[in-house]
Design a binder for this molecule. Structure first.
Ligand SMILES: [Mg+2]
Ligand SMILES: [Zn+2]
Length: 230
């Protein structure tokens, strides 16, 4: 569980940064789409990415050469299979009420994130979102990536929206960064966050790299931590 974390100087001058897929949602909505509509070829691509043999960005471009869906079908399929974390709505309410800056940084797509917030009735006017964007023309899907280049040192890039790069930008504005994540595209960020909340594969990564983290299973755990500090 909690191991030798860097000390936060209270909650002043702090920002909370969270991954979306598999962190705010129960499953990775991108993998869901890639595997359900991209077939065996998409499974191979995801394996190559995990092994560090293909960049996340190249992988996404590869998937959408095969996958043809309207935006409505894309979103509906995700809504059928993915759920938002049980504590997330409450978490959003509290950070808004307390005026704590909250940023979502995703290697996935803003289309999905915005649709989920709307469906759940989450007021996202105070939430900054950095994610790639899908452009649908009928069934054809093209991707607008946030970035050309990464600052990644994890060998997974370019990923299109490097979380380390976003963290360094936020680090110029805020003294303390809390980072919440679960997966592959979170790896580059965890080394430079002040407090890391991890679940899933990110836990093993942090352990292997000797990066301290707090294990969490829902946003209720993160709220408990924040409320202790308030
Ligand atoms: Mg994730
Ligand atoms: Zn990166």
């Amino acid at each position: 569980m909690a191991v030798a974390l860097k000390k936060l100087d209270g909650l002043d001058n702090m920002v909370i940064v969270s991954d979306f897929d598999g962190t705010i949602t129960d499953i990775d909505t991108n993998d869901l789409i890639y595997f359900d509509f991209g077939g065996e070829e998409s499974r191979k691509v995801e394996k190559l990415i995990i092994q560090g043999k293909m960049g996340v960005k190249e992988g996404a471009l590869n998937h959408f050469q095969r996958i043809h869906l309207t935006e409505e079908r894309f979103i509906n399929h995700i809504f059928q299979h993915a759920r938002i974390d049980e504590g997330f709505k409450e978490f959003c309410r509290v950070v808004k009420e307390k005026g704590i800056p909250f940023v979502v940084v995703s290697g996935g797509y803003i289309n999905t994130i915005k649709a989920f917030f709307k469906k759940e009735g989450i007021d996202d006017s105070n939430i900054e979102i950095y994610a790639n964007r899908l452009n649908f023309t009928g069934c054809r899907i093209e991707i607008d990536f946030i970035d050309e280049d990464d600052e990644c040192e994890t060998g997974l890039g370019p990923c299109g929206n490097c979380k380390l790069k976003r963290l360094r930008e936020l680090g110029r504005k805020y003294r303390n960064i809390i980072f919440i994540g679960d997966g592959v595209t979170d790896r580059c960020a965890v080394g430079e966050a002040d407090v890391v909340f991890a679940k899933g594969a990110l836990k093993e990564y942090c352990t292997l790299q000797g990066i301290p983290y707090i294990e969490f299973s829902s946003f209720h755990d993160i709220l408990d931590y924040l409320l202790q500090k308030l």
